[in-house]
Design a protein around this ligand. Structure first.
Ligand code: UDX
Length: 447
């Protein structure tokens, strides 16, 4: 959508969750709104602070005293962050409002659902708010079922039930449900994040052609409009928000590989493995005989700084056939013609980025929503397959060969290409995401 004149519209305040997979979509949304004329202020925690120089047209405001890092478990961290931040956020907003001239006020607050303190603060200051859900729509539908299962005493469920289908949530099995440790805290966070309070709309970074029926159900459940405006990285292609430095040298290496030959491996910004699993992954990649580009985040292997635990024999074996980096320009990689498959943890951003490029996936979900995403990838859109069980070299090798060489992989690639084309239609003029975005902008303008 076009840049509108020079006169800026009113200000939108964005409150991203302090994690890579949450910051990316929020800043993409900021770029979209900015290119449609809105002024943007990002209120963020000091922990995992986005780099203001990446978005020079935005104002960035750190929440005071919000530097405490995630050192233990995620759920208590998120609960505490919300308790600590409401009053500080209110002060922050009051400051912004004082500085803005008359007629230049805040149009609305858009907050990540895990930053639900924003809604309470906005309500107190009589400002409109909209919630951004950074995951897929299907994830929202699991929540009522989780509350119900828990109330009936069915969580934790016995191992024998893990492969059973969850009633009303096809194609999910019990083991795909996004259940996290310390059930009581988890459900508390879930219930607070799901309660949109007085917010006037919900934004999803998803696409009607992927999640038509889940979106319809969410719309039925919520009493407010829902806007499916994904894939936002397509509407905001220049938005850059990596917390780690990207190593772009891998692009030159990719240039030397033949078309669709490379398997790209990345388990996202917040998964961990032990040294044994790293070694198994290494040999699985080496033995597959496919060229591979592998992201190993520093600190993501327990007890190791980076890849020093990999044996010399592996390093000699792969020679020029493999390339390992600490953090990569993932969107550029997935759109590179040399890449033919993605071994992923299936965070929602990675899932969308891969599907939009028609790249089939080997899914290795680790926690949270990743199991649900995996199930949709493998059983609904059928553009990937799950790598289950222990991480073992033979299984990894087999999965890579299946995806990159075998007939089954070719069929997934064909379906992926089809899906990519359907997604492109959704983002073009009069496509579902395009229209939804237009409606959202209209709504914010009328706030
Ligand atoms: C987390 C959860 O893991 C995920 O399940 C949830 O949906 C969002 O929050 P994360 O682990 O960060 O997300 O994964 P994902 O959602 O895939 O986001 C990762 C982002 O980092 C993607 O946008 C990806 O392009 C980017 N990335 C990843 C890089 O830029 N470089 C890399 O090397 C790896």
């Amino acid at each position: 959508m076009e840049e509108q004149g020079k006169r800026r519209l009113r200000r939108v305040v964005l409150v991203p969750g302090p994690f890579q997979g949450h910051i990316n979509p929020m800043l993409q949304l900021g770029s979209i709104l900015h290119s449609n004329g809105f002024s943007i202020t990002v209120v963020h925690t000091q922990y995992n602070s986005p780099d203001p120089s990446t978005h020079p047209d935005f104002s960035f405001l750190p929440l005071p005293d919000s530097s405490s890092a995630l050192t233990g478990e995620f759920i208590p961290f998120a609960l505490q962050l919300n308790i600590n931040s409401e009053a500080r956020f209110k002060e922050c907003l009051a400051g912004v409002m004082r500085q803005l001239g008359p007629g230049d006020g805040i149009a609305c607050i858009i907050y990540d659902e895990i930053m639900y303190f924003s809604q309470a603060a906005a309500m107190d200051l009589k400002l409109p708010s909209i919630v951004l859900r950074t995951g897929c729509a299907a994830i929202s539908l699991t929540r009522d079922v989780l509350f119900q299962l828990s109330a009936e005493g069915h969580i934790p469920f016995p191992e024998s039930k893990s492969n059973d289908p969850v009633p009303e949530l096809y194609p999910l099995r019990f083991k795909d449900l996004p259940i996290m440790e310390k059930l009581e805290n988890f459900l508390q966070l879930l219930s607070k994040a799901s309660n949109i309070g007085t917010s006037s709309a919900i934004i999803y970074n998803t696409i009607d052609c992927l999640e038509n029926s889940s979106l319809a159900k969410v719309q039925q459940q919520c009493q407010v409009p829902t806007f499916a405006i994904g894939p936002m990285h397509r509407f905001a292609s220049a938005s850059y928000s990596s917390l780690l430095e990207e190593d772009s040298s891998c692009l030159a290496w990719l240039d030397k590989q033949s078309s669709s030959s490379v398997i790209y491996v990345s388990l996202g910004s917040s998964t961990y493995m032990d040294a044994k699993e790293l070694v198994e992954m290494a040999w699985g990649l080496a033995n597959s005989q496919q060229p591979f580009l592998w992201v190993v985040r520093p600190g993501s292997v327990f007890g190791a700084e980076w890849i020093e635990v990999l044996p010399e024999s592996f390093k000699k074996n792969i020679d020029e056939r493999g390339y390992i980096v600490k953090w990569a320009p993932q969107k550029k990689i997935l759109s590179h013609s040399a890449v033919g498959g993605f071994l992923s943890h299936c965070g929602w951003n990675s899932t969308l980025e891969s599907i939009c490029e028609g790249i089939p996936m080997i899914c290795r979900p680790c926690y949270g929503d990743q199991g649900v995403n995996t199930r949709y990838i493998s059983h609904i859109w059928r553009v990937g397959m799950e790598l289950e069980g222990e991480l073992e070299r033979d299984e990894i090798e087999r999965a890579i060969r299946k995806l990159m060489v075998d007939e089954e992989g070719k069929e997934m690639r064909m379906r992926g290409k089809n899906l990519k084309e359907r997604i492109e239609v959704c983002t073009k003029e009069d496509g579902s995401s395009y229209n939804s975005l237009k409606e959202l902008i209209k709504m914010i303008m009328s706030c």
